[in-house]
Design a protein around this ligand. Sequence first.
Ligand SMILES: [Zn+2]
Length: 345
Amino acid sequence: MNASSATRSVMTRSARHRRPWRTRTALAITAALACVPAVTVPAHAFGPGTHTKITESALGGFQKKSLEAMAAGDLGDDEWGAIRGSDKGDYYPKQTRYHCDDADYLKVSGYPRSRQQATDELLACIQTSVEEFHKAVVAAGELVDSKGHINTKEVGLDHRCKYNDSPGRAKCTVFEHLGRAWHAIEDFYSHSNWTDQKVPEKDISVTNPPGLQKTTPAPFFTLRAYSNQSTATWEAEARKEIGKVPDVATGCAGGEYEHGSKDLNNCNRRINHYDDADGKGGLSKEGSRAKIDHNGDNAEKVATEDIKRQWQDFQDELLARYSNGHGKKMICTLTHDAPTDATCK
Ligand SMILES: [Zn+2]
C-alpha cells in the first residue's frame, strides 16, 4: 500500500464508522471532509438510519421513549439508541465480532482463505450475539423485585440511557446488550450475500461473488436456543448450518481487525466489504451491491424479519426463565415509558 492509499484508508475508515449504513448525503459530506475520491453510491443503498428503520419496524408495542432508547440513530449530545452502540468507541474497528465482517470465502483455486477460516469468523460474530442475548436476559432480572414489584428506579426514562458499558438502570442495560446482539445480526444481512441475487453480473469472482437468494432469516442466529446450550454444542450446530450454505460470505473489511487478531486486515485478492475507488466490487449493501436487482431492499426486509424473531425469542425466554408473572411484567417495563405495578399487571 502506498502512502496516499494508506492515508485514504485511514480517513475513510474513520468516516465510515460513524454511519455504516450511510446516505448519499452523508457520504458526500464525509467524502469531502475525508478527501476521498468520489465514490458512486447507488440510489437504493442502505440509507440513513437503516439500523433504526429495521429495529423500529421489528418492535411492536413499544411506547415512544422506549423505542427511541432502543432504536434511535443519533440523538445529539453524544447520545444514541442502543442499536447504534456497536458503531461507537472501541466497538468500531472490531469488524468480525460486532459487525459480522471478514467471513469471506470463494470456491476458486488459490483463494487466500479457507472455508473453515470464513466459518470461524462467522462463528465469532454469532458468539457475540449469543453472549449479548444472555447478558440481556440476566440484566432483565433487576427490572422486577423478588415479590414481583417493578423496581421503579431501574426502569425510568426521565433522562436518557447512556450506552457506555457502565452500570446503569437495568432497562438501559437490557437495551444495551440487545442492541449489540441485534446490530451484528442486522449487519450480517447488510454485509453478506445471504439475500443477494444469484450472480450479479456474468462471471463469479472476488468482485462478483454469488448471491444465495435467501428470503428468510439465517438459521445460525437462533440466539435463544444457543444461549441455553454449551458453547461446544451450539457451535457444532451453527457450523452444521453454515456447512449447508458453503458459498455464504461476508466481505473483508480492509484496515480493520479480524477475530482474535492484533494485525490489520489484508484484503488483497479477497471479497471485500467496501467498494473500490471506482465504486464497484464490495459485498456490503452500503455500496454498489445494493442496487443490483433489489439486493438492498431484500437485505433490509429479511433483517427486519430476523429482529422480529429475536424480539419474540427474547420475550419467550423472559417468560420461561422468570416465573410467577415476573417475566410478563419485565416485558411491560421494557416497552412502556413509565411502567408501574398498576399499568403492568
Ligand atoms: Zn455495524
